[in-house]
Design a protein. Structure first.
Length: 307
């Protein structure tokens, strides 16, 4: 009886989150001239895309999706990204970090711990300016990381794409202020009030497809700073590190050079929900090497225009 009551409460809570997110997406489409949805192929952006489909069904989504591509991605994710947008009939825009490097706008990095992840900011801001987007949907959630917990649903960015966490607009009673000057834009976070468990519950309830690396599989792994790093074309093992085949899965998906796996045998959504329900560390805290650089690392990057 208790489990049935718990499920009923979770279902009611999730229904409320879905309604809230759909309302936000519709409001942005009505209020802004050129919205875009950031889509990496990761679980949060996949859920956000399916919420957008729900918001406008049976019509098509009235805005494109955009991926800021570091060029150092897990191949399973890129394959899924392309297949997903083709099946759903949405327009995909790709902003290339490699193109930004080739144009001399950013300098590529090298070394055993080098990652292109921070370089995405320039490519993102250039892509927003090029396409004149005035609202950019992001899949960030407040439970992921301290800086993201400071975000409003409508997060104002000035004409330089910068964020001031101390100068944000109130959002009382779900009323959002999207007023902005030419050249400014908003980052909009429809999943702000969702948790990782909510995301997986929605995925399970609606039988949503995801990249295969979210589920348990065996791959070459080496340990770095107590994290399980996958050996890829972009990330060779550290000097002296031991490589072993391990059964792992990914809780979050990003640049392959800074995204770690977790040891897991979870091969289904139900298994992952069971794991997530008892997890005490957020997915970014457990598996994103770039978030461990400093206490204020994410906030510093967000101030300059990062996701």
């Amino acid at each position: 009886m208790r489990s049935e009551l718990t499920y009923s409460r979770m279902k009611s809570s999730l229904d409320g989150l879905i309604d809230e997110s759909v309302t936000i997406i519709r409001e942005v489409a009505a209020e802004f001239e050129r919205p875009v949805l950031l889509f990496s192929g990761g679980k949060d952006s996949v859920v956000m895309l399916h919420l957008a489909l729900r918001a406008f069904a049976p019509a098509r989504i009235p805005f494109p999706v955009m991926h800021i591509d570091t060029g150092h991605n897990f191949p399973e994710v890129i394959e899924f990204r392309d297949r997903c947008v083709a099946e759903l009939g949405v327009q995909l825009i790709v902003g290339s970090v490699q193109a930004s490097i080739d144009a001399g706008k950013v300098a590529d990095v090298s070394g055993p711990r080098a990652s292109r992840n921070p370089l995405q900011t320039v490519t993102l801001l250039d892509s927003i300016a090029e396409h004149r987007f005035d609202a950019v949907f992001g899949g960030a959630r407040r439970d992921e990381e301290r800086a993201r917990a400071k975000e409003r649903v409508y997060s104002h960015r000035d004409s330089f794409g910068q964020w001031d966490p101390k100068n944000q607009r109130p959002e009382l009673w779900g009323i959002y202020n999207g007023r902005h000057r030419q050249g400014e834009h908003f980052r909009v976070f429809p999943l702000s009030n969702w948790t990782e468990l909510d995301i997986w519950t929605f995925i399970g309830d609606h039988n949503i497809d995801l990249p295969s690396i979210y589920y348990a599989h065996t791959r070459p792994i080496f340990k770095r700073d107590n994290m399980l790093m996958a050996v890829t074309d972009f990330l060779p093992p550290d000097e002296g590190a031991t490589v072993e085949n391990m059964q792992v899965r990914f809780r979050t998906v990003g640049d392959a050079t800074c995204t770690a796996a977790v040891a897991s045998s979870a091969s289904s959504v139900a298994d992952i929900i069971a794991e997530t329900a008892v997890a005490r560390v957020t997915e970014r805290g457990a598996t994103r090497a770039d978030d461990r650089m400093s206490e204020a690392g994410m906030e510093d990057r967000k101030r300059t225009g990062y996701f």
